[in-house]
Design a binder for this molecule. Structure first.
Ligand SMILES: *[C@@H]1O[C@H](CO)[C@@H](O)[C@H](O)[C@H]1NC(C)=O
Length: 409
């Protein structure tokens, strides 16, 4: 049809005016942009009503050459009050690092990595277990089974927790002295703040950028399973209100600060999930207390449950126990079955974690002040599991303004 007509005429008949063509082209471009832009965050909150996906802070420097670390990084989030996580105390009231004063090597490294990343820390002196008299050991703790080093570690952390209460801080981040993180820590925290708000249904104008409903945020751990897969929760019905609460996930997709999934370590089955996924989720029972934040309410619960009332084991197990008791008895009314309901602790975790302990180059034996391992061995290059642009391994690049080095290239 129309084949008999002379070509020029046909073109003239069919061709719309130039401004219409340009208009259509522009509209198509906008449509493509809308459809092919990756969604910033997938909210899978079980029974919780869905939110608008929050704006996604950048995790690469590809678009602009803006640095995603340092004091000048101000954040790119919406709502804008999330950007408070980029301040000098990462949106918390203070940041405490617990460590023995004589480990000057670790203090030097933390001073450099924190200041270059763009935050300030305050030191809490670690404690040696043998300086703690029997009378000061909490009810229920067996100091022989616990080892002196575990007791010392517990006390150092408790002194940090106590500072939150004595200084009447809204919150604080507490970390151990061998910590490492990605230089893009601030953009990571923007997403985590959005996640914590969504998981615990925070009010829209919270006092803390992370929302006002959390007690503990477990940002650095050796690994943990999701709470709905813990033995005591496996058999519960999907309609169980506790299961609905604990299954909530805030999924951060295409997070380039997550290592490739065959390199990530932890207890979740990363292989069955898309590459570069990070979850903000309700805490199950993490191992290791690399880095965690406490709200004022959370600090009170922890100092009561892990010192004033009793202590049941090494600090990390005891802290995980508080969160686990709370999540596994969520909403249970029967006191006989629920006990103290873990003081209703509201614990949130990040998996894979964003803080992990650094294995420094030099004496392998220098890694831990709790255990002695591999006496005499030397490590040639420092490494940190689960961290892509390791702050420790990029100190020189941050000082010199040179290209960041990935641990996975
Ligand atoms: C950083 O922001 C938090 C939350 O708004 C606030 O509590 C803290 O005081 C701020 N830090 C500094 C150094 O201003």
């Amino acid at each position: 049809m129309g084949a008999v007509e002379p070509k020029p005429k046909m073109v003239a008949l069919r061709q719309p005016p130039r401004h219409v063509v340009i208009g259509i082209a522009a509209f198509t471009l906008v449509l493509c942009f809308v459809f092919f832009t990756p969604r910033s965050a997938k909210l899978d909150l079980g029974s919780v009503s869905s939110h608008n996906p929050p704006r996604r802070p950048p995790t690469t420097t590809s678009k602009k050459s803006e640095r995603l670390y340092g004091k000048d990084y101000k954040g790119h989030s919406s709502p804008a009050d999330v950007n408070r996580v980029a301040n000098e105390t990462l949106g918390f009231g203070n940041i405490f690092v617990v460590g023995l004063p004589e480990r000057s090597d670790k203090r030097d490294a933390i001073a450099l990595t924190s200041s270059l990343t763009g935050f300030n820390v305050e030191w809490i002196d670690g404690v040696k277990g043998d300086t703690i008299p029997d009378k000061a050991v909490p009810f229920g703790a067996d100091r022989k089974k616990l080892w002196e080093t575990n007791l010392g570690s517990w006390r150092g952390h408790m002194n940090a927790v106590r500072r939150i209460i004595e200084d009447d801080l809204d919150s604080a981040l507490i970390m151990e002295d061998d910590m490492d993180w990605d230089v893009r820590l601030k953009p990571q925290l923007e997403r985590i703040a959005q996640g914590a708000r969504a998981l615990l249904s925070s009010a829209s104008k919270p006092n803390s950028p992370y929302g006002d409903n959390w007690d503990l945020m477990w940002l650095g751990h050796c690994g943990e399973v999701f709470p709905e897969t813990l033995d005591e929760n496996k058999g519960k019905s999907p309609d169980d209100p506790g299961i609905q609460y604990m299954s909530r996930k805030f999924v951060i997709e295409k997070d380039l600060t997550v290592p490739p999934k065959d390199k990530v370590t932890g207890l979740v089955n990363f292989k069955d999930n898309p590459e570069f996924t990070r979850w903000v989720h309700i805490t199950g029972a993490p191992i290791c207390t690399f880095a965690y934040a406490l709200s004022q309410r959370g600090a009170r619960k922890v100092l009561y449950d892990l010192s004033v009332d009793h202590l049941t084991g090494p600090f990390d197990n005891a802290l995980a126990g508080l969160c686990r008791r709370a999540v596994s008895t969520w909403g249970v009314k029967d006191i006989a079955a629920a006990g103290d309901r873990g003081l209703d602790a509201k614990c949130v975790s990040v998996t894979p974690p964003i803080f992990f302990h650094h294995k420094a180059k030099g004496l392998v034996n220098g890694d831990s002040d709790i255990q002695t391992v591999n006496d005499g061995q030397i490590r040639e290059k420092g490494k940190t599991e689960n961290i892509v642009w390791s702050a420790r391994n990029n100190i020189k690049n941050m000082i010199m303004g040179t290209r960041m080095e990935s641990q996975y290239e």
